[in-house]
Design a protein around this ligand. Structure first.
Ligand SMILES: [Zn+2]
Length: 154
């Protein structure tokens, strides 16, 4: 499968339809992975080296850690990018303990697998970015649907 086909298959596999909310998407991923997923803002995340979000896999939970951003759209894109890696099953990464990454809401010494990728030319990055864009379009679709709904019925 090429990237386009992989991404299209992943979207239809989620069974969310053409428009959905971020909450629905998070729910669908939790159900697929049979584990809790938390999205945590990490004020200390250093974005100078290009890291805007990380996926931390612990024994029991998944965390998406994202940098603070004044733009809700940017923040959403960071998160969707990491969610895309989860959906596509990109699970290789470095072993670390949660304490290494200074996490406020995560018990220290939780063993985890920290997934961060800065090599944006790699195939997994291209696929994740492409899926993130598709997910963003689905969420925009639901925003439009909701505003149309309130126009008619509000
Ligand atoms: Zn990535």
């Amino acid at each position: 499968m090429n990237t386009e086909e992989t991404v299209t298959a992943a979207v239809s596999d989620l069974r969310l339809g053409s428009s959905f909310t971020l909450a629905h998407l998070l729910q669908a991923i939790q159900e697929r992975r049979h584990r809790r997923l938390r999205v945590v803002e990490l004020a200390d995340l250093d974005t100078r080296d290009g890291i805007c979000a990380l996926w931390l896999v612990t024994d029991t939970e998944d965390f998406v850690l994202h940098a603070r951003s004044d733009s809700a759209l940017h923040r959403q894109q960071f998160v969707l990018h990491e969610l895309a890696h989860m959906i596509l099953g990109h699970t290789e990464g470095d072993d670390c303990t949660a304490g290494d990454v200074l996490l406020p809401n995560i018990p220290p010494h939780t063993r985890g697998r920290l997934l961060k990728r800065q090599d944006i030319d790699s195939e997994t990055e291209i696929a994740a970015e492409s899926l993130a864009d598709r997910l963003a379009a689905g969420i925009r679709g639901s925003v439009f649907a909701e505003s149309r709904y309130s126009e008619i019925f509000g």
